[in-house]
Design a protein around this ligand. Structure first.
Ligand code: HEM
Length: 422
C-alpha cells in the first residue's frame, strides 16, 4: 500500500488514477482516485485551463469518487461528485448535508470559534445571515460604486501611460482588496501583510506555515476589533463588533467568526477571478471586440466568466447515510461538489464550452447555491462589472505580453504575475 504523504508531495498525474492507499472500510477501492489535477490545484497553460475536467465525464469514470487527500483541517479524505444534479443536491438537501465547518482553518491552532455564517446550519445560520445580509445588499454595496469606479480609473492610468503592464500584480491583486479594506475599515497599509498571511493559510498546503500565519492574523484581528470596540468608526468592523441579534450582543467568538470569515472570503477571490477573466480576454480578441461594441452584454459576460472559471468546490458533511449512484456513503463522511465539473455539465448548460454572455438561466455554482450562497456575491459582481467596463472603454485590444504569462491555476490561486500589452 502506497504512502499517502509521499504521493501528496509528488506532482499530480493528469489522469484520475486509482490509488492504493488507506481509506475507510466502506469506501470501494476502485473509487479511490487522485483527482488533484481536477480540483483546481495544478498550474497549466491551456487556452481554456478548465478543459481537463471534461475527462471526468467519460464512460469509464464514475460520477462519485473518493479523494483520499486531507483538505484544510480535515484529515479523512472525501467523496467527490462531478454531476450538476448531484452537486445541486449537496447545496439544497440540508436534511443530509450540513456545513461541517470546512473553512475553520483556525482549528489547526486550537481556536474554538466557528466561521460565521458558513459553519452553521438551519436556524442559527439564518439568524447570522439576517444580521450580515443588510451590509451586502445591492443597495448597500452600491454606496461604494463611486469609490470603486474612481479607484479603477486611477489604477488603469499607469497601464495607459505604459501601453500595458503587470495586470495580475498591479491591478487584480490590489483593486478588490482596497475596496474590501475600505468597506471593512482595515488600514490600507495592511494590504501586503494580509495577502501574505492569506497565501500562507490558503495555498501553502503546509500545516506549520498555516499555523504561524493563523496565529498572527488572529492576533491582529483581535487587536483591531478591540480598538473598534473602544472607539467605533463608520465601518463594517465597528458594526460587527457592536452588533446584536434579536436584541442580544454578539459574543466575542461570534464577532471573531464573522470578521475572520469575511477576511478569508474578501481578499483573493475577486483578484483571482479578475486575473483569469483578463487572461481569457487577452487570448480572445473577438470577445473583447464584442463586449467593447456592446457594453450591455457585460453583466451576462461576468456570469459566463464566473461559470467558466470557478475558484472553489464547496465541501459538506453527511449527517445521515446516503446512497448515490449505488455508492453507500456514511454519516460523518465529507463530500465535495466539484464546481469545475458541474459548471461544464452539458445536462445543465447546453454547449458548456461556449462562452455565451446571453446564456439563459445561468445557474452556475461558482458563488455556491442554497443557504450558503456567497454573501459577497453582489460586491464581487459589481467589482467585476466595473473593471470590465472601465478597462474595455479606456484600453484598446490587448494581448498577453509573453508565453510565460499564460500559466494559471484553474482554481482559487490567483496568478501572481500576468503582463498584458497593446
Ligand atoms: C468572485 C469572488 C467570490 C467567489 C467566487 C466566492 C465564492 C464563494 C463560495 C463558493 C461560497 C460558499 C462556500 C461553501 O459553500 O462552503 C462563498 C460563501 C461566502 N462568501 Fe464568497 N466568494 C467571492 C467573493 C466574496 C467576497 C468579496 C466576500 C466578502 C466581502 C465573500 C464572503 C463570503 C461569505 C461570508 C460566505 C459565507 C456565506 C454563508 O455561509 O452563508 N465572498 N463564497
Amino acid at each position: 500500500m502506497a504512502d499517502l504523504m509521499a504521493i501528496m508531495t509528488s506532482p499530480p498525474p493528469t489522469e484520475p488514477v486509482i490509488l492504493d492507499v488507506p481509506v475507510p472500510a466502506h469506501v470501494p477501492k476502485h473509487l479511490v482516485r487522485d483527482l488533484r489535477a481536477y480540483q483546481g490545484l495544478v498550474w497549466n497553460d491551456l487556452d481554456d485551463p478548465y478543459l481537463p475536467v471534461d475527462r471526468l465525464r467519460d464512460d469509464d469514470i464514475p460520477p462519485v469518487m473518493w479523494s483520499p487527500f486531507p483538505a484544510t483541517w480535515i484529515t479523512s479524505g472525501m467523496w467527490v461528485l462531478t454531476r450538476y444534479q448531484d452537486c445541486a443536491k449537496v447545496y439544497q438537501d440540508t436534511e443530509h448535508f450540513v456545513s461541517g465547518g470546512s473553512a475553520d482553518f483556525q482549528r489547526l491552532i486550537g481556536e474554538t470559534f466557528r466561521c460565521l455564517p458558513l459553519s452553521y446550519d438551519g436556524k442559527e445560520h439564518l439568524a447570522y445571515r439576517r444580521f450580515l445580509n443588510p451590509f451586502f445588499t445591492p443597495k448597500a454595496v452600491g454606496e461604494l460604486n463611486g469609490y470603486i469606479r474612481q479607484l479603477c480609473d486611477d489604477m488603469i492610468q499607469p497601464f495607459v501611460a505604459n501601453r500595458g503592464g503587470d495586470f495580475a500584480y498591479d491591478f487584480a491583486r490590489v483593486f478588490p482588496v482596497k475596496v474590501f479594506l475600505t468597506l471593512m475599515g482595515f488600514p490600507h497599509a495592511m494590504l501586503d501583510k494580509f495577502l501574505a498571511w492569506e497565501d500562507q493559510i490558503l495555498h501553502s498546503r503546509d500545516f506549520d506555515i498555516m499555523r504561524v500565519a493563523l496565529s498572527e492574523v488572529l492576533a491582529y484581528l483581535r487587536d483591531i476589533m478591540a480598538a473598534r470596540q473602544a472607539v467605533p468608526q463608520d465601518d463594517l468592523l465597528s458594526r460587527i463588533v457592536h452588533g446584536d441579534i434579536d436584541g442580544r450582543d454578539l459574543t466575542d467568538e461570534e464577532k471573531m467568526g464573522a470578521v475572520f470569515l469575511l477576511w478569508l472570503g474578501g481578499l483573493d477571490t475577486v483578484a483571482s477571478t479578475l486575473g483569469k477573466m483578463f487572461r481569457r480576454l487577452a487570448l480572445d480578441h473577438e470577445l473583447q471586440a464584442r463586449l467593447r461594441a456592446n457594453p450591455a452584454l457585460i453583466p451576462g459576460a461576468v456570469e459566463e466568466f464566473l461559470r467558466t472559471q470557478p475558484l472553489v468546490s464547496s465541501m459538506r458533511q453527511l449527517r445521515k447515510d446516503l446512497t448515490l449512484h449505488g455508492v453507500d456513503m456514511k454519516a460523518g463522511d465529507w463530500v465535495q461538489a466539484l464546481t469545475p465539473a458541474a459548471n461544464f455539465d452539458p445536462d445543465a448548460f447546453p454547449s458548456p464550452r461556449e462562452f455565451d454572455p446571453e446564456r439563459k438561466a445561468n445557474r452556475h455554482f461558482t458563488l455556491a447555491s442554497g443557504p450558503h450562497l456567497c454573501l459577497g456575491a453582489h460586491l464581487a459582481r459589481q467589482e467585476l462589472r466595473v473593471a470590465l467596463e472601465h478597462w474595455l472603454r479606456q484600453v484598446p485590444s490587448f494581448s498577453l505580453a509573453s508565453e510565460a504569462d499564460r500559466l494559471v491555476v484553474p482554481g482559487l490561486h490567483a496568478t501572481k504575475h500576468m503582463n498584458i500589452a497593446w
